[in-house]
Design a protein around this ligand. Structure first.
Ligand SMILES: [Fe+2]
Length: 255
């Protein structure tokens, strides 16, 4: 399978932005060590044993946001050192993302699996420029990306028009009940098979799929009025081990 271009996390954000702007696929990856080599693995595994959740950092710095979650889940002062180290790594990636557009990043973490992400899509934003940096910790497989010309746009549009409300409902059901997607959509075998394989009717050539290296962080372009977005989907392999997904979004109207 083809691979994305890889950059060093120390590369200047302006150079990264330049690469993203020139890239046809609009995505690149940043190597990260596997979770079990990281000094905060015990903290992450503890977060993964808690019921699935999503935490929006809002205006909080990463260390304050993680402290809030950790104090609530594990008691005051638990995992003090680990959470500070994880916060520092999230902060470094957020800084890189912020440098792409010169605006503050919005950061969320989540530990549940959203089945809607299994369908090829672009992330849409209203501002002129926007990028999303994803860093999955403890996920067994990397996200898939494919060139825009590998998606049959009219078929994709019709598919989403029909499926989007159903996928939204499915995401909510999975989040609330933790029920298996296979059971919830047992009556929709064709849609389920496509989610498992990624072979949707609008995908022109299934061979033109690129897998982000397992555990690596990746940055992809959002679709905006001024730029094309990167088509991506998550892998079915992650269905029962969604890991901790760090989601960093940056948008700007000026750059
Ligand atoms: Fe997405």
């Amino acid at each position: 399978m083809a691979r994305l271009a890889t950059i060093s996390p120390t590369l200047a954000p302006v150079a990264v932005r330049d690469m993203l702007d020139r890239s046809a696929i609009g995505a690149l990856e940043i190597p990260r060590p596997p979770l079990d080599h990281l000094p905060y693995r015990d903290f992450v595994h503890a977060l993964l044993r808690a019921p699935g959740f999503k935490l929006d950092f809002n205006r909080l710095e990463p260390d304050a946001a993680l402290a809030l979650a950790s104090d609530q889940l594990f008691g005051r002062g638990a995992y003090l050192r680990e959470r500070a180290l994880l916060a520092a790594d999230i902060g470094a990636l957020a800084n890189l993302a912020e440098g792409l557009v010169g605006a503050r990043a919005s950061v969320t973490i989540r530990t549940y699996f959203a089945p809607g992400d299994l369908v090829w899509h672009v992330d849409r934003i209203e501002e002129r420029a926007g990028f999303r940096l994803l860093w999955p910790l403890g996920r067994p497989a990397g996200m898939r990306v494919t060139p825009a010309d590998n998606i049959d746009a009219p078929i994709h549009r019709a598919y989403l028009r029909r499926e989007h409300p159903l996928l939204g409902r499915l995401d909510t059901q999975v989040l609330r009940s933790g029920a298996a997607v296979e059971a919830l959509w047992a009556h929709r075998p064709a849609q389920l098979a496509a989610m498992m394989s990624g072979r949707f009717p609008f995908l022109v050539d299934p061979e033109r799929e690129i897998e982000v290296t397992t555990g690596a962080a990746s940055i992809h372009r959002a679709e905006t009025p001024a730029q094309t977005g990167t088509y991506h989907r998550s892998s079915w392999t992650n269905r029962h081990a969604p890991g901790l997904q760090v989601v960093i979004t940056v948008t700007s109207d000026s750059r």
